[in-house]
Design a protein around this ligand. Sequence first.
Ligand SMILES: [Zn+2]
Ligand SMILES: [Zn+2]
Length: 68
Amino acid sequence: MKCYECVQSGRSSEAVAVCRLCGAAICAEHVRTEKIQIRETANPGKVIHDQPARQLTCPVCRTAEESR
Ligand SMILES: [Zn+2]
Ligand SMILES: [Zn+2]
């Protein structure tokens, strides 16, 4: 799969990740990695884990998240 961001700018790079928000394929150059804290409190019976999870997003979704 090719990086969606690169294709938009007329290039083609092999994608290494998939944005978890929009599902776009993204290359190593465009991927944004973020540590997030996941707390599953809405589902009783499910194990509550406080381990930081990794969130991979594309630059577009990252910017959208930051501007919220
Ligand atoms: Zn790219
Ligand atoms: Zn995205």
